[in-house]
Design a protein around this ligand. Structure first.
Ligand code: NIG
Ligand code: FE
Length: 381
């Protein structure tokens, strides 16, 4: 690594030949070096927690029932609006520290618990503050269309997202992407298209929460609009998988959510790989449907529940995550010229990463060539 970039990667002799001068040489002692995780889908900026809903689900209630009874996203919106900036930032920093310690070096973070112009802008400004002060590289996404806030008529809210929020988000350069929760009872494909087309006209990249609970046309819409990614895809049928592949969309799979909500339908990852759809694996970290930002856990779930091979799951959680964030030629891969974001794991082989689950194997984490987590690695000759 030199000046934050990878110079060479591969067998030791090749690396020695490629590196001239006197490198800063550290010996990882036979440990495994992987790119840092690229977590391409999180709702990390939230206030409070919803362990009461978790207990209700354990007692047999569903996510949809709890949401209809006033829990769900609405309860996090209430908490977000009444919580001061510093408290939200302190929580978010702690969650980011935990992710970094588990090897995450790039993370997408969505707004979406403000649901008014002022509160959504506040959320994105807080994300910007985090991005400037935390070693995890943060990619901001505007998700004003996460839910229809209580007391606002749906057409009026869609209009506010399109006419008030998006122009300000774009003018203040507060987000790279715009996302919509396209789902039965939330935003229809038509409303989603209105929001995303307005976002595209303002220069934002497009993402979509598609087919999380049912096939409501979200993935077909993502394909038609040429979104960068379509996320969840639990209920996506084969023809829509083909449409996504043909349109060059990345499928972002969130196995932590199907696990945490114990959803009957799982993403058809094998069909996706078979149809040539690049799949990423991300956490969906949020207080309702997946209270974990552990990428190693997501990688294990991707193998066990989605039947990805260990190698496929590792690529999905690094290089393909980067592609889902428009950073496919910058991060997620240890390749000459790529940003030197990597983790050193106390494991001899990559196949052990998803296999030995539930404990951390991370010894050290580097961002742009500088160590940002773990015990200091000794210099060696
Ligand atoms: O990705 N799908 C919408 N949003 C989250 C859930 C958010 C929440 O429950 O607070 C998700 O599952
Ligand atoms: Fe989500």
């Amino acid at each position: 690594v030199r000046e934050g970039r990878v110079v060479a990667a591969g067998p030791e002799d090749d690396v020695r030949r490629a590196v001239t001068g006197t490198p800063d040489h550290r010996d990882a002692g036979g440990a495994l070096v992987l790119p840092g995780w690229v977590d391409a889908h999180t709702h990390l900026l939230f206030a409070g927690t919803r362990e009461d809903e978790f207990a209700m689900r354990a007692a047999g209630r569903s996510y949809a029932e709890i949401a209809a009874a006033g829990g769900g996203i609405h309860s996090s919106v209430r908490r977000f609006r009444e919580t001061p900036d510093e408290t939200i930032l302190a929580g978010a920093r702690r969650y980011l520290d935990q992710a970094l310690a588990l090897g995450t070096t790039t993370m997408e973070v969505k707004s979406g618990y403000g649901l008014s112009t002022d509160e959504e802008l506040r959320a994105l400004r807080l994300v910007k503050t985090l991005a400037g002060t935390h070693p995890v590289k943060i990619v901001p996404t505007f998700l004003g269309a996460h839910e229809i806030p209580r007391g606002v008529e749906r057409a009026a809210y869609v209009r506010a997202v399109v006419e008030e929020m998006l122009p300000r988000v774009a003018a203040e350069r507060l987000a790279e992407f715009c996302d919509v929760f396209c789902e039965q009872g939330v935003f229809t494909p038509e409303e989603s298209a209105r929001v995303l087309e307005a976002a595209r006209a303002l220069g934002l990249g497009l993402k979509l929460h598609a087919d999380e609970f049912g096939d409501t046309g979200g993935s077909r819409l993502a394909a038609r609009l040429g979104a960068v990614s379509a996320d969840h895809l639990h209920a996506t049928p084969l023809d829509a998988i083909r449409a996504l592949a043909a349109a060059g969309v990345v499928g972002v799979l969130l196995p932590g959510t199907s696990f945490f909500l114990d959803l009957p339908a799982k993403a058809r990852a094998r069909d996706m790989v078979g149809e040539g759809l690049p799949v990423a694996v991300a956490s969906d970290f949020n207080p309702g449907s997946c209270m974990s930002q552990s990428m190693p856990l997501m990688v294990s779930l991707a193998c066990v529940q989605l039947r990805l091979s260990p190698a496929e799951a590792l690529v999905a959680a690094t290089a393909n995550g980067a592609a889902a964030l428009g950073r496919g030629s910058r991060v997620g891969h240890l390749r000459p010229g790529w940003e030197a974001d990597f983790q050193i794991l106390d494991l001899p082989r990559h196949a052990l990463v998803p296999y030995h689950f539930g404990v951390s194997h991370v010894r050290a984490v580097f961002r742009d060539g500088r160590q940002v987590a773990g015990a200091p690695l000794a210099a060696a000759l």
